[in-house]
Design a protein around this ligand. Sequence first.
Ligand code: NAP
Ligand code: 12T
Length: 344
Amino acid sequence: MSREYNVAVLGATGAVGREMLNSLSDRGFPVKSVKALASSRSAGSVLEFDGKELKVEEVGPDSFKGSDIALFSAGSGASSEYAPLAAKSGCVVVDNSSYWRQDPRVPLVIPEVNSNAVKKHKGIIANPNCSTIQMLVALKPIYDAVGIKRVVVSTYQSVSGTGQKGVEELAEQTRLLFNSQEYAPKVYPHRIAFNCLPHIDAFTDNGYTKEEMKMVNETVKIFDDPNILVTATCVRVPVFYGHSESVWMETGRAIKPEAARELLARAPGVLVLDDPAQNVYPLASEAAGREDVLVGRIRADNTLENGLVMWVVADNLKKGAATNAVEIAELLIRDPELLKTDWS
Ligand code: NAP
Ligand code: 12T
């Protein structure tokens, strides 16, 4: 009989954690047991896994003993505290927070882009930011074919990226506005309903937000290319699920839009939807609930010799978080050596 694994999910009650449970089940990950972990706030509550009830436990220092793999999505604080404990107890952590992404001991992995990086892990593997994942899945085939020198990206990010509280804030504000009632922004600094906020995560000293700098720094680390230039503007929009991106690139050598479209059509994890005459292009409403990255509006930049532009959309909770994490776990179980940890 083929092996089955003990899997722990930290942050199981959250927007990403619930999708992690769905992804494990939908993708048929070989689980022996699933442990749902969260804070004391939701300990004792009940989730569903594979049609069965799963009781949520409060995370503690001993929670990961006996687990083979842990998927984390409980924020940076919990990741900084528990990932080393889990790794030291022999459990490999796939972490969704931003805490470990730039640590040189920690591979930052998108299976379609740099699966080999997973081999260097010592017990903690980081899942990239949602906006980085979908952009790089779409850039990878072009990068491999002709090189990419420079990327200018603007994102249109859904409120579920902020977690369950972001979803509730957009729903509540929309309802109150339609009823001419007062509302007070809580999660975002301004009204998100019927608005666009050029502000995701905190501002840094250079005028960019942390979210924008994640797209810059994670691209360099994942492509292992210190020369690639990226500048990003990250915008929160009143969409519940699915991030959209306008991605402009300057390629190393010239590539025609038709050739880029063909490369993308054959690329793993990509679905090309590009027939503008028939109003066919990627939409957040189409991407929501899907595991692939949708790419369309592929066209030349008429102002620059090697400029190419495209529109890239994916479900931020699936490929942007949970699906990518489960795909990393699938890489781990292909090779028993990769289930060993060496964190000191
Ligand atoms: P969320 O809906 O607010 O859920 C947060 C989850 O974390 C809940 O299960 C919560 O448990 C748990 N939690 C919070 N603090 C904890 C603590 N100190 N100890 C144990 N559990 C704790 O948020 P989310 O959207 O799912 O995001 C969670 C994490 O995923 C964040 O780190 C976020 O940065 C990351 N994320 C990554 C991506 C990506 O780009 N890959 C996308 C979205 C989110 P309770 O029910 O007990 O409160
Ligand atoms: N602030 O994983 O607010 O670093 O949409 C992902 C999403 C951080 C992250 C968001 C965020 C991350 C958001």
